[in-house]
Each structure stands twice: as structure tokens, then as C-alpha cells.
Design a protein around this ligand. Structure first.
Ligand code: CA
Ligand code: CA
Ligand code: CA
Ligand code: CA
Length: 352
């Protein structure tokens, strides 16, 4: 009985030694490693302990290929029409038990569901893929590296990958461009060189390191294809400006300011209003240029007033002096017009 207890102790110690020698990977024991287990049998003959017998077993751990690609964050990337280098961010994680390369591809779509309960309506241009070289989670132009694959990504390691694109001009608020990033596992080959496509071992287990694809289906890839994909999207937010130009007769040479008429010599006030719709992006550097017809003469004594207000469709006599008149053209710039705001530029002229 004492011998039996001792034997159990010996086996337990051996098991602990194997556990301690195995790195604690979430992806499991490294592919290609050898698991060796030796059993020892003690016995007695004639109540005398004999020389112990032992037997050993070794096998090679096979390669389980698995990966994930995930959008970073849970919201769309808000972009402006004409914006260059708009960024969507993903993480690619190697959940295989081996170091692999991962080919990267960014695809667009025409229509269909985007990533955030929306529908694709346009394509971005100049689509490029960068890896977060300085590992700060932010796309840094000139620092982060343009890539077509992730090189030598270790088991359990992940990289932040940016899809960087340009947004065309002329898009309305709410326009959506969906992009799908697909990573496909490749042989690691050597550093700075992309390995060949992975092949799953067909048929029976071999003595060498076999390969099993364990990945599930992502956004556009299938289960067990050594690939995984995720979607993100860009959504346009732009200003929606409504421009109005009003004129009011202020006075005429006959009636003065009492019921003035637009006769030659009369003073006309022009008011240009710029309104921005609810839910729009703020418009900035709103430059107004108004060439005057030769039938009116600019009133330089009155000047130009910027950033005035409108009440019930009528321009108020407010705003601050600014703008310029040159070469027959009145001009002025409103610094910004936010959503729901209306701002004006006012000036006066005399009918010739
Ligand atoms: Ca599209
Ligand atoms: Ca970075
Ligand atoms: Ca490589
Ligand atoms: Ca897959």
C-alpha cells in the first residue's frame, strides 16, 4: 500500500514538471513542440522491490490556425466631404498556437448593410492599410507603416491596423461607405518576408506538425478558411447651407424714408443670409462674394456689416463692421455658421 501511494506521488510530480515547462498561452501549447510523458512501474517479487520499468511516449503538437479581426470602438467614423486620410481602426489578433504572417485586404461594397445599422451609399478612394508601428492606437501619418501583411505575429499577439481613405466631395450628411478588413493567415516564413498560403492537413494525423483551421466565419469570410474579417464604416457629416439675398428700399430722393420706392437715387439695403440646417456640421470660413451690377453704386459711407441676425425672415439692423469692397465686388467672411444658426452680411447701394 505504501508503494502505491509513493507511485501516485511520483506521477503527480512528473505531471507538475510538464505543466511548469509549458508556456501559459491562451492559444494553447505551441505548435511543433513535443509532449513527452514517461511512466514508471515499480513492482515486487517475493516481497522484494525489483528494478523499476518505464515507458515513454512523445508526440508533436499540431498547429491550430485561428484569428480574429475586430473594429476598434462601436461607432462609425464621422467624415467631411473631401476629407483626406480618414481613418477606421481594427485589431488583428493571432489566436493560433503558432507565429504566422497575416495578409491584409480592405474591400468596399456597393450598397448593403454597413457596420452600424446603416446602408452603404458611396465608395471612399485611395484606400490604404497601415499598421500602428508606434503602438499608440492612433494613426500617425509618416510614422505608422503602409503594409500589405502583418509579419511574424506571435501566438496570442495582436496589432492595431488602420484603413485610411479619402472621402469624395459633394456628399450629403448621412452618406455611408462601408469597408471590410480581412486578415488571412499565412506561413510565417522569415521575418520581413510574407509566407505562402497555409494548407490544412487532409486525412489522418501525421507524426509531424499537422495544420487545422479553427477560425469561425466573420463579416465576409467562411468558417475554417484561415481568414477573418470585420466591417467598419465612414459616415458623412457636412454643412447644409441655405443662402438668401434680400433687398429693402431704405429711402428715395422724393419720399425720403416714408414709403420709399426703388427709383434712381434711392438707397437699397442688401442682406445676404446664410443658414445652416439642424444636425449639420459647422461651416467655417464662409466667404461671401457679391459682384454689384453697374446699375447700382456701393455706399461706402454706410459700410458692410457681418454676423448679423435674422428674425422671422427679416434681416435685423445688426452685425459688426467688416468685409471689403473692391473692383465692384462686396465681400466678407463669416468665421463660422453652426447647425441651426443664421448669419448675415449687410450693405447698402444707390440705384443709378
Ligand atoms: Ca461603398
Ligand atoms: Ca500610431
Ligand atoms: Ca514572415
Ligand atoms: Ca473564417
Amino acid at each position: 500500500m505504501a508503494t502505491h501511494v509513493k507511485l501516485l506521488g511520483a506521477v503527480s510530480a512528473g505531471a507538475l514538471a510538464i505543466l511548469a515547462a509549458s508556456p501559459a498561452y491562451a492559444s494553447g501549447t505551441a505548435a511543433g513542440s513535443t509532449i513527452t510523458n514517461t511512466v514508471t512501474v515499480n513492482y515486487q517479487v517475493g516481497a522484494v522491490s525489483q528494478i523499476a520499468s518505464s515507458a515513454s511516449n512523445s508526440f508533436t503538437v499540431d498547429r491550430k490556425v485561428n484569428l480574429t479581426v475586430a473594429e476598434v470602438g462601436t461607432t462609425t467614423t464621422t467624415v467631411s466631404p473631401g476629407q483626406a486620410a480618414a481613418v477606421t481602426t481594427f485589431t488583428v489578433t493571432n489566436t493560433s498556437n503558432a507565429t504566422l504572417d497575416f495578409a491584409l485586404a480592405a474591400a468596399q461594397q456597393t450598397g448593403g448593410a454597413g457596420a452600424h445599422s446603416n446602408t452603404d451609399t458611396f465608395d471612399v478612394t485611395n484606400v490604404k492599410i497601415y499598421v500602428d508601428t508606434n503602438a499608440n492606437g492612433i494613426y500617425d501619418s509618416g510614422t505608422d507603416t503602409l503594409v500589405t501583411y502583418l509579419d511574424e505575429l506571435a501566438a496570442d499577439a495582436s496589432k492595431t491596423v488602420f484603413v485610411v481613405s479619402d472621402v469624395p466631395l459633394g456628399l450629403a450628411t448621412g452618406s455611408v461607405a462601408a469597408v471590410t478588413l480581412t486578415a488571412t493567415g499565412r506561413e510565417g516564413d522569415t521575418a520581413t518576408s510574407q509566407g505562402i498560403a497555409l494548407t490544412e492537413t487532409s486525412g489522418a494525423n501525421t507524426a509531424g506538425m499537422d495544420t487545422v483551421f479553427a477560425d469561425i466565419a466573420g463579416a465576409t469570410d467562411a468558417a475554417r478558411d484561415a481568414a477573418f474579417s470585420a466591417k467598419d464604416d465612414y459616415t458623412v457629416l457636412t454643412a447644409a447651407l441655405t443662402i438668401a439675398k434680400l433687398s429693402t428700399v431704405i429711402s428715395d430722393p422724393i419720399n425720403g424714408t416714408t414709403n420709399p420706392k426703388a427709383i434712381p437715387g434711392a438707397t437699397i439695403e442688401y442682406c445676404i443670409s446664410v443658414a445652416n440646417a439642424t444636425g449639420s456640421a459647422t461651416a467655417t470660413s464662409v466667404a461671401i462674394s457679391d459682384p454689384l451690377p453697374s446699375t447700382v453704386t456701393y455706399n461706402s459711407a454706410y459700410g458692410i456689416f457681418l454676423n448679423g441676425t435674422v428674425t422671422s425672415g427679416v434681416c435685423n439692423a445688426d452685425g459688426s463692421a467688416g468685409g471689403a469692397f473692391a473692383s465692384g465686388t462686396v465681400s466678407g467672411t463669416l468665421t463660422s455658421v453652426a447647425a441651426t444658426e443664421t448669419k448675415t452680411l449687410r450693405f447698402r447701394a444707390t440705384i443709378n
